[in-house]
Design a protein around this ligand. Structure first.
Ligand code: FAD
Length: 404
């Protein structure tokens, strides 16, 4: 199937972006990795201007909104190459959660709200965050939420406690999932998404949560946030009341492809570093690490696993482009846990191959090891996706409900 290979135009774009990253970003990576994200902003801003200048800005957005108008399958190839450096997606303004928020706002809010929130975000002048998970409830079942948005006149009054609101530090606004319709019978119809500017009185960023010893800052952070009598106009509602989970579902399919291809990019970079090290590291006279069978096994298994993962994700992206996310929901579940697992394995092998160097910040491996352990948890824990996929399969065998 030629959908699994990039068209000549997209392949050219991939090659050009690869050259750009190799020339402009990789030499700076060690310095960037040793510096808190906020302190890197001036340098990153400068690099973003170069990306914009080359016409590579926000690749998955429509051209009339300042993007490159790529289809999901086309963007998948770009997401992979951007994933080879921790700064790739940010520099091209297609980083999560902003890109998902841009797409939501472009589809489901008024022109006024688009001007106010979507356009500055697309231009890269602002950032945003997505605030759903609450520490008091299992995030794996997000229909259980305590955060409420109560309508008073022309305003919503929002109260709640969230955490793991990624990138809230420095964001201009949050998209908050809050219960607006508590009496709806279906738990899937009770919550709504609402835009809350972070300078709204009552929006309180309590802390950036320390993760594996790193608190992070600005874009590279995960915040605990309180909403305390936060008042926003009712016009800040995205879509209709009670549509929060339906909108979240729509955001999920393309978002999953972006993440999975980014993870494959990380795998490719880790693989490249592992192979270079195996070929260059002499462990005794005329014997190199790559002569060891266990390293050869890591290399061979990683190659096969990364290639298998890419084929699965591209097939899923193509399915979404052609039939919509609902039709390929099983594939969307499968790529989540399959690729996240391969990511952990390949990263771990690459680190082990490098010995002590592997856990330093002189290479990006340790950064990814810290930041991407969460890949098996965020975007739905792997176990939830496995259970969901198995249930769908077993339905075809006549097993519908749990037997007590
Ligand atoms: C790096 C990172 C970034 C994040 N960014 C955001 C963000 O920007 N905005 C936001 O709102 N949230 C964000 N989250 C939160 C994320 O969505 C939740 O952590 C996730 O949904 C899991 O919820 P939980 O942590 O409450 O785990 P729980 O729901 O308590 O689950 C704990 C564990 O139980 C198991 N489990 C749970 N349910 C089932 C089941 N049905 N079947 C089998 N096993 C199960 C799984 O192993 C799971 O890991 C982020 C999380 C991480 C790690």
């Amino acid at each position: 199937m030629d959908i699994l290979f990039a068209s000549p135009q997209i392949q050219q774009l991939v090659d050009d972006i690869k050259d750009f990253l190799e020339e402009q970003i990789l030499p700076l990576e060690p310095q960037l990795l040793h510096t808190p994200f906020r302190d890197n902003l001036p340098k990153l801003h400068e690099l973003r201007q170069k990306v914009k200048h080359r016409g590579w800005w926000a690749p998955p957005l429509p051209e009339n909104h300042g993007g490159m108008g790529l289809s999901l399958t086309e963007f998948a190839h770009i997401s992979e190459v951007l994933g080879t450096t921790p700064y790739g997606h940010y520099l091209f303004n297609c980083q999560a959660p902003d890109i998902g928020n841009m797409e939501l706002l472009l589809h489901y809010v008024s022109n006024n709200l688009q001007q106010q929130f979507a356009q500055p975000l697309i231009r890269g002048e602002t950032r945003s965050c997505f605030s759903m998970t609450e520490p008091e409830h299992a995030g794996s079942n997000p229909t259980v939420l305590s955060t409420t948005a109560v309508r008073e006149g022309d305003e919503y009054v929002i109260n709640g406690h969230k955490w793991f609101t990624s990138s809230a530090d420095g964001a201009s606004f949050a998209i908050v999932m809050a219960v607006t319709n508590p009496d709806e019978e279906s738990t899937y119809r009770r919550a709504s998404m609402i835009v809350v500017p972070t300078d709204t009185p009552g929006f309180r960023l309590a802390r950036n949560i320390s993760i594996m010893g790193e608190t992070g800052s600005d874009y590279a952070s995960h915040a605990e946030v309180y909403y305390e009598d936060c008042r926003v106009p009712v016009s800040h509602l995205i879509g209709q009341e009670g549509e929060g989970f339906a909108l979240a579902q729509q955001r999920l399919g393309p978002g999953r492809i972006h993440h999975c291809m980014r993870w494959i990019g990380i795998c490719e970079r880790a693989f490249d570093l592992m192979c270079r090290r195996a070929a260059e590291r002499e462990i005794s006279s005329n014997s190199y690490l790559g002569h060891q069978q266990f390293v050869q096994q890591w290399i061979a298994e990683s190659r096969a696993e990364i290639d298998a993962a890419r084929l699965m994700v591209l097939k899923t992206a193509y399915g979404i482009d052609q039939q919509g996310a609902k039709a390929v929901r099983n594939d969307i579940s499968a790529i989540k846990f399959f690729v996240a697992d391969i990511l952990q394995k390949v990263l771990d092998r690459a680190i082990q191959t490098h010995g002590a160097l592997g856990i330093t910040d002189d290479l990006p491996l340790a950064y990814w090891y810290r930041h991407e352990r969460g890949a098996r948890i965020y975007d739905g824990p792997d176990e939830v996706h496995k259970a969901s996929l198995a249930r769908q399969i077993l339905k075809k065998y006549g097993l519908t409900t749990r037997k007590s």
